[in-house]
Write a new protein. Structure first.
Length: 429
């Protein structure tokens, strides 16, 4: 073999050796983690609580009958608008008119008996007076027994006259009661509004409301001038809701429109979720009433609605993506030997020395990350307000969830390449 051939083989072997060494070194070196990168910057934030419920009129009246009888005249239909005092329906008054006539006859009889009793009393008093005059003129003409009988007769007729007067009063009350029952055969609208529910038809029998409230309800009148949405807010959110908070309401029946509202009432007692068995399993919600400020005329009771209650807002505050905030174990949280950094959310900071701390991964100039505790304020839809721990312009890891979950201090990262938008061409004929 010539010298030139030997040198060529040696060169090839050297190149292969160097290449292999380079590959091994590259394999053993640290691999960069692909992450999304965002800068800490100022944004406008709006904190809100979202809850669902039903649209209801503020004032609703369920009308039921105070007497039992057949409905002989029904003047309204469901959906009709009525005014206060308008005739709604009439119950057959025949038996109640007869009751009035009987009570009036009883009253007349009681008055006649009272007049007779009064006359007897007056006669007894006159007989006693004459006997006393005769006795004064001739003491032997009338015995003591006769005088006692006359006095007893006066007392008896006086008592009978008194009883007759009470009988008249009783008869008067009977007439009043009979007329009151007769008036209940006519049902008038107690307020102006819309008939939102009609449960009876002409010819049906109305039953007294004290027997069965649901079955006895004849119709419902609602004041549609003031509409409210009553939503269920979880116990973890209700403390942030205040009377007067502005609200954006989405009604399912009008999917392309939102409506303004404001919180007018927050219940003091909770609403237990239906179907909960044990105390530990019960979901605790509170009813929050939102008054609609601009509802459309076509709104009906029981429309499903979703209310977004604005609980707080910030203008031009430092913020970070919600996805960027994570929790890591941290033995001591100090800032370059300075005072301890308070970490935590809002008014509930995590004290120094606790192992779990909320924070973000900050990207250094060498593309390596370091975990830094931060304190955040209100939460918008996508961003947290930053109260302490970060400076404007710093770059942090903002995704993905998987990458943030696996990151550790000193890890090497590189920015993820966002997929380019695919151009779409339209073929025209």
């Amino acid at each position: 073999m010539s010298k030139r051939a030997k040198l060529s083989i040696f060169g090839i072997l050297l190149v292969l050796l160097v290449g292999t060494a380079a590959i091994v070194a590259a394999t053993r070196g640290e691999k960069a983690v692909e992450v999304r990168v965002e800068a800490v910057e100022a944004r406008d934030l709006v904190a809100s609580v979202t809850a669902s419920g039903k649209v209801q009129p503020r004032t609703t009246v369920d009308l039921s009958a105070d007497i039992t009888g057949r409905i002989v005249n029904l003047r309204v239909r469901e959906g009709d608008t009525v005014t206060r005092g308008q005739l709604l329906l009439r119950i057959d008054p025949t038996q109640y008119e007869a009751a009035v006539q009987r009570s009036e006859a009883s009253l007349a009889s009681a008055r006649a008996q009272a007049a007779q009793s009064q006359a007897n009393w007056n006669q007894a008093k006159r007989d006693l007076a004459r006997s006393e005059e005769i006795l004064a003129a001739n003491p032997a003409s009338i015995t003591t027994e006769q005088m006692e009988k006359l006095r007893t007769s006066v007392e008896i007729t006086a008592a009978v006259a008194e009883a007759s007067r009470h009988s008249v009063e009783q008869a008067v009350a009977g007439v009043r009661d009979a007329k009151n029952n007769l008036s209940k055969t006519t049902i008038l609208a107690p307020m102006s509004g819309r008939v939102t529910r009609l449960n009876v038809e002409e010819g049906e029998t109305a039953i007294m409301g004290t027997m069965n409230r649901d079955a006895a309800t004849l119709l419902t009148i609602s004041d549609m001038a003031v509409l409210e949405t009553r939503v269920r807010v979880d116990e973890t959110d209700v403390s942030r809701v205040k009377i007067g908070d502005s609200t954006v309401v989405q009604i399912d029946a009008f999917p392309d429109t939102t409506f303004l509202g404001r919180v007018v009432q927050i219940s003091n007692s909770s609403l237990r979720a239906a179907g909960s068995t044990g105390a530990a399993d019960q979901a605790v919600d509170y009813e929050v009433t939102v008054q609609l400020l601009n509802p459309p005329d076509a709104t009906r009771p029981d429309f499903s609605a979703t209310a977004k209650i604005i609980t707080d807002s910030r203008s031009a505050v430092l913020s970070i993506p919600i996805i960027a905030l994570t929790v890591r174990e941290h033995e001591t949280m100090t800032d370059a030997g300075g005072p301890p950094v308070a970490v935590g959310r809002g008014s509930r900071p995590i004290e120094v020395g606790k192992r779990d701390a909320e924070g973000v991964f900050v990207i250094g100039a060498d593309n390596k990350v370091s975990f830094r505790p931060v304190r955040v304020g209100i939460a918008g839809e996508k961003f947290f307000e930053v109260l302490e721990g970060l400076q404007p312009g710093e770059k942090i890891v903002a995704g993905t969830y998987q990458a943030i979950r696996e990151l550790r201090d000193g890890a090497l990262v590189r920015q993820m390449q966002e997929p380019a938008a695919t151009a779409t061409t339209t073929k025209t004929s």
